[in-house]
Design a binder for this molecule. Structure first.
Ligand code: AMP
Length: 544
């Protein structure tokens, strides 16, 4: 078996690896480090979790250990799709270059240009950047890339998803192809990625390591097939199901990442969990960088238990001890499932990954199972079993009927629903809840989209379907916008939240008419008939 000491790495790098406690190189490291040290281009087809970051940082540190950087002319460049990944790569350099004097700068959005400019002016050996921010600096005339000796493109497939490929091509064009060595990593080889590698890599050593899906035996997986009692209750019932699943895991669940497909749902699920007393915080591309960093740090150091995340924000995150991953939604790209569950069960540890699948996501579930070449075990719906145990009590409540079956709306106010009741009460409780106190109402409204009126629900549901199908593209492009926010002054991030709030008052009023309709009676609205008092003007009435 190959040892690190067989790889011709700098002795100071070997010492740092030893300090980090790593004994043997992972397959991607064993295969990629030797050609990288020979100065060859490398094409690594590997996913996060395989040790790929060290497979380029270790040879880079060895190659850069000699020589000095000149002002504004970095000697190496690592391009990452997200700020988190860039920060993680920077941490890797900290770890492995601790005995080698190297200067580095991190160019990511959400951080002031001034500090970054100052670092570039001093000269850096390693520049780690997201494409948008790098181009910002370049356009300001602060950066010269013609002296880049080693250029790394990390997670190219995610760059493609995020629409960064034109930026990457531009950046390649700013470097000198004759003196540049390229280390290129991607989990998949889409035709567009293949084209880029054919254009910019020269006779690369091609290294492909097993998909993470095939090496995840340490992760116990399961999926709960879930059909909401009514389509417009799907979101709130899913949240209740999530809480029940978490509760059932008990102390085994020390911490967890909860993935949602849409950023809007990341916020909603996080808010809802918090409301029920769970220690949860959201992370997605629309949040301020400082906020994202704080949240991640809290999750890493164990002071935050539940991280509710979008794919893009959580991509490549390396948190060593994540006991559980909960997929609130089935990801619409099968490979995202592999990335998501790869956040747990890292480095041979045990992990648990559980997912909720609603009927419209069954096709995506089938795609995932095809990709991982395994059936994900079906788990019993814990809400169903809880309800059947409580059957006698439940007879009076709409909430206690079989959540899988169709049921008729009783016309009772949705506010009495238990589906979003606080954690402290048992989930089987069927007594109608009081209206929440005024100060919690806003929160309740924010997390109970299902309260919307029938007509709006239908519209909302179909727009949700549309949104879900284009979700990844949207999430990606939003994250891209966020990561290049300084360049493009993007401020669209709060639009969705604003819109969801706008529907609230009308939702309450038309709940009433829905009740009437569902009772089987004809609802008589104003129609063409206008009561005469309405036609009177204010002045007239006063006069009268
Ligand atoms: P990456 O694929 O770069 O995100 O790395 C995944 C995880 O593997 C990180 O927690 C690394 O610290 C860890 N790791 C990297 N190299 C090794 C190694 N040779 N042995 C054990 N763990 C490693």
């Amino acid at each position: 078996m190959t040892k690190f000491s067989d790889l011709n790495l700098h002795p100071k790098v070997l010492k740092a690896i030893d300090d980090a406690g790593y004994e043997t190189p992972t397959p991607i490291q064993a295969e990629a480090i030797p050609p990288a040290l020979e100065g060859r281009d490398v094409l690594g087809i590997a996913q996060t979790g395989t040790g790929k970051t060290a497979s380029f940082t270790l040879p880079m540190i060895t190659l850069l250990a000699r020589g000095r950087a000149r002002a504004r002319m970095p000697r190496s460049l690592v391009l990452c799709p997200t700020r988190e990944l860039a920060a993680q790569v920077a941490e890797n350099f900290e770890t492995y270059a601790k005995y080698v004097k190297l200067t580095k700068a991190l160019l990511i959005g959400g951080v002031s240009f001034r500090e970054q400019d100052a670092a570039i002016d001093r000269g850096v050996d390693v520049l780690i950047a997201t494409p948008g921010r790098l181009l910002d600096h370049f356009e300001r005339g602060k950066l010269i890339l013609s002296d880049v000796k080693v250029m790394v493109v990390d997670e190219a497939d995610r760059m493609l998803d995020m629409g960064f490929i034109p930026d990457i091509e531009r950046i390649f064009g700013m470097t000198n192809p004759l003196t540049r060595q390229t280390l290129f990593f991607s989990a998949t080889m889409a035709p567009e990625i293949e084209r880029i590698t054919n254009t910019f890599l020269s006779a690369p050593a091609r290294i492909e390591v097993a998909r993470q899906a095939t090496t995840s035996e340490t992760i116990t997986q399961g999926v709960v097939m879930f059909k909401a009692s009514r389509r417009d209750r799907e979101a709130s019932e899913k949240r209740k199901l999530l809480r029940t699943i978490i509760d059932n895991e008990g102390e085994k669940c020390t911490n967890a990442i909860i993935f949602c497909n849409r950023k809007m749902d990341v916020d909603t699920v996080s808010k809802s969990l918090k409301k029920y007393g769970y220690d949860a915080s959201p992370i997605h591309g629309d949040l301020e960088q400082s906020h994202r960093t704080k949240t991640l740090d809290a999750f890493r150091d164990g002071s935050l238990r539940f991280l509710v995340a979008s794919d893009v924000a959580a991509r490549g995150l390396d948190v060593p001890n994540v006991s559980h991953v909960f997929n609130f939604d089935v990801p619409s790209h099968a490979e995202d499932y592999v990335h998501r569950i790869g956040r747990t069960g890292r480095a041979g540890r045990a992990g648990t990954a559980m997912m909720i699948c609603v009927p419209k996501d069954e096709k995506n579930l089938a795609d995932i199972e095809r990709l991982v070449q395994n059936e994900i075990p079906r788990l019993e719906n814990p809400l169903k079993s809880a309800k059947s145990e409580e059957a006698p009590k439940s007879a009076k409540s709409e909430e206690t009927k079989d959540s899988g079956g169709e049921k008729k709306y009783t016309g009772r106010s949705r506010r009495s629903s238990k589906s979003d009741e606080p954690q402290s009460k048992p989930i089987e409780t069927v007594v109608a809840a009081p209206t929440p106190p005024a100060d919690t109402q806003a929160d309740t409204q924010a997390v109970t989209q299902a309260d919307r009126p029938q007509s709006k629900n239908d519209r909302q549901a179909s727009s949700d379907d549309h949104q879900a199908s284009s979700n990844d593209r949207q999430a990606s492009s939003n994250d891209r916008q966020a990561s290049t926010s300084d360049r493009r002054s993007n401020s669209a991030s709060s639009d969705n939240r604003g819109k969801s709030g706008d529907n609230r008052s009308s939702s309450r009023s038309s709940n009433r008419s829905r009740g009437g309709r569902d009772n089987g009676k004809t609802v008589i609205g104003l129609g063409d008939h206008l009561p005469s008092f309405i036609a009177l003007s204010f002045e007239q009435r006063r006069a009268g």
